[in-house]
Ligand binder design. Structure first.
Ligand code: SF4
Ligand code: SF4
Length: 363
């Protein structure tokens, strides 16, 4: 089995420019291996993601060769009509006249209240009735209780997009397992995002790497992370952003469901990773554009985690931090306005982490 979908949230870029020379062969490799599912969203990469779908997929392959999933930024909607305006713009940017899956992007308590206020589920139902969206759903970042409440009130949705990976499986914050079980109980198809937790499960600390080697010494840590979610029987698609054809080739390998013994090794690896992770940032970047000080939050958190995992390499991490800070705000520039935290799907106490990071990187 292989359930890989191509996530167009993270792909090779050079500043604001899409690296089509790398991305296009990746799309070809994906289709050649039997992949079909392409995932994008109106806000991804400031519209560059949807454009890349048009250029690499829609202009180059027949419409029945692929499925496109897209998402409405329902939290930015101000009137019911706005929903249609966003939808039409997405169709245009992607160069298609329908979407195979259309979702409300990023429902949590606050965004769900807005979705109800602007009747966005009615909008989804209308799209489905008109054939403009073949299936409807939403992506979700909150508790299993809220997911249960939404699915009870809106049985019309076909699928949900959930953050599931072996590190978040039992976490109190993300609640991967509980959300998965809730969706299954409601009979919904599950699509997975962040199976590698924004790269956290691709670059694991040494202790975890040794544990994963016992699973299969030939395979990378990311392979095991993808295999974990593919083993879940109600998971239909696993979205992964990828950086190179070689990475994609490994991700497209056929996999067997994990045995109980293998799952136990993953639990041990998760423990080792949690011990060595200072900040559970996925690198999504949603916080950055709202920061008045242009602080490079995900880049700093990545260096901070590396520092926790390899303190002996502080001589590398600190210069890298100061290099980024030449053009971006430093952690010590934070004015504690809290704008970033309102946008963080992981609900991280960003200000607190920046204050601690400042001591390490600037001290
Ligand atoms: S709290 Fe600090 S990091 Fe967050 S948006 Fe405000 S200035 Fe930026
Ligand atoms: S701090 Fe939160 S919003 Fe910012 S990149 Fe990390 S996970 Fe995303």
């Amino acid at each position: 089995m292989n359930k890989l979908g191509f996530g167009f949230l993270r792909f090779p870029m050079d500043g604001d420019r899409v690296r089509y020379d790398i991305l296009t062969p990746m799309v070809d490799a994906f289709f050649a291996a039997g992949g079909t599912y392409i995932d994008t969203a109106y806000p991804y990469l400031n519209g560059k993601s949807e454009e890349a779908v048009r250029e690499t997929v829609v202009k180059r392959y027949p419409r029945d060769r692929y499925l496109i999933a897209n998402k409405l930024p329902g939290y930015d909607v101000k009137t019911y009509e706005d929903c249609y305006a966003y939808f039409e713009e997405s169709l245009k940017r992607c160069g298609v006249d329908y979407f195979d899956v259309y979702m409300l992007h990023w429902l949590d308590q606050k965004h769900y209240a807005l979705a109800e206020k602007y009747d966005e589920f009615r909008f989804l139902r209308e799209l489905k009735a008109s054939g403009k969206a073949k299936r409807i759903g939403f992506s979700f970042h909150d508790t299993a209780e809220l997911l249960d409440e939404i699915l009870t009130k809106h049985p019309e949705v076909d699928c949900v997009l959930l953050q599931i990976n072996y590190l978040d499986w039992e976490s109190e914050g993300v609640q991967s397992r509980r959300c998965y079980e809730t969706a299954v109980r409601h009979g919904k198809s599950v699509i997975v995002m962040e199976p590698v937790k924004g790269g956290t499960l691709a670059r694991v600390p040494e202790k975890a790497a040794q544990i994963l080697k016992a699973l299969d010494p030939e395979r990378s840590p990311a392979f095991h992370a993808l295999r974990f979610v593919q083993s879940l029987p109600h998971v239909e698609v696993v979205l992964s952003g990828m950086a190179a054809v070689e990475q994609m080739e490994e991700n497209l390998l056929q996999v067997e469901p994990m045995t109980e013994q293998e799952l136990e090794l993953l639990r041990q690896a998760a423990e080792a990773i949690s011990e060595a992770t200072a900040v559970a940032c996925t690198g999504c970047g949603y916080c950055v554009k709202h920061c008045p000080k242009n602080i490079a939050i995900p880049e700093y958190f990545r260096l901070y985690n590396e520092n926790r995992q390899m303190p002996r390499h502080a001589w590398k991490q600190k210069p890298a931090y100061h290099e980024i800070a030449r053009e971006r705000g430093k952690a010590s520039d934070c004015i504690s306005c809290g704008a970033c935290e309102k946008k963080c799907p992981q609900k991280l106490p960003i200000r607190e982490h920046l204050a601690a990071l400042k001591e390490v990187m600037e001290g």
